[in-house]
Write a protein that binds this ligand. Structure first.
Ligand code: ADP
Length: 262
């Protein structure tokens, strides 16, 4: 795919055609390279939990253990299985999204209720870290959207805020309705602010890429696959919405989502 068509006279019709074709070839080459990276990243990511299931299983078989120890072993194997399942589900959704096969199952619901429900889902993790999730702002608008996909997007953002910010910190969730000058509903918005390390400016674009992690060391302990933001961005954009990232002063990140009412 690195072949290029060479012509003698770039100004005649053949020269023009060759330029068009070379442009196409270059784009095809890029897509092909991305696909290759994606495939090797996927294989790598799937191997990590598999390797850990295997080694935990081997430890279990090496000698006799107490019943309690066996329970721990099975528990950690099941945790890895859950991680693997989650990753495969996400990958399937991404693959469907790529091929344009995903239908949005739109229903009408109050966006603020979905956000509140997502906060409840992550609050168990936040409590473990003694973090406080504070929901403020006014929002009453209904939207017509795919509830499952948007819920996944909001949960991913909240989950990151919890994972990457320190114990006993506060996560602020702010809701807002946008209306035009005549008061007609336009969009709903939610901002999620944390007091974590934030994301360096030169990495802010890339955090939305698949498998991208800002700092392998930092994220390895919390065990992310680098897919959460990619899938959140896809889900938001599939609704014609936007997802943005801004730094927070003095530290932390602010992820904002805005979804048009229809
Ligand atoms: P992961 O599964 O690794 O969390 P994501 O796609 O959700 O993957 O996020 C990509 C990377 O962006 C993370 O690995 C992390 O380095 C960084 N990141 C995401 N959210 C935050 C946040 N709230 N604060 C700091 N870094 C973050």
């Amino acid at each position: 795919l690195n072949e290029r068509i060479v012509v003698e006279n770039p100004d005649d019709e053949f020269g023009h055609m060759a330029r068009v074709l070379n442009g196409l070839l270059a784009r095809l080459g890029e897509s092909f390279e991305k696909l290759q990276h994606f495939t090797s990243d996927v294989s790598h990511e799937l191997r990590t939990p598999l390797a850990s299931i295997r080694s935990v299983g081997e430890v279990g078989l090496q000698e006799e253990h107490s019943a309690e120890r066996y329970r721990d072993i099975i528990g950690s194997m099941l945790e890895e299985v859950a991680r693997l399942t989650g990753m495969i589900d996400t990958l399937l959704t991404i693959a469907q999204a790529d091929s344009g096969e995903v239908d949005l199952h739109r229903t009408t619901f109050v966006f603020a209720e979905l956000v509140q429900e997502s906060v409840t889902v992550v609050s168990v993790l936040a409590e473990d870290k003694k973090q406080n999730i504070l929901v403020t702002g006014e929002s009453e608008l209904e939207i017509s959207a795919d509830r499952g996909f948007l819920r996944m997007a909001v949960i991913n953002l909240l989950d990151n805020a919890v994972k990457y910010s320190p114990p006993e910190s506060t996560i602020r969730v702010t809701l807002r309705d946008h209306k035009d000058t005549e008061g007609t509903a336009e969009s709903v918005a939610v901002a999620i602010e944390d007091e974590g390390p934030g994301i360096p400016e030169d990495k802010r674009e890339r955090v939305f890429d698949r498998f991208y992690r800002v700092d392998e060391g930092r994220t390895r302990d919390v065990g992310g696959a680098g897919l959460g933001l990619a899938i959140a961005k896809w889900a938001v954009e599939a609704h014609g919405g936007t997802i943005t990232l801004k730094p927070r002063a003095p530290r932390g990140a602010i992820f904002s989502v805005e979804i048009p009412v229809r």
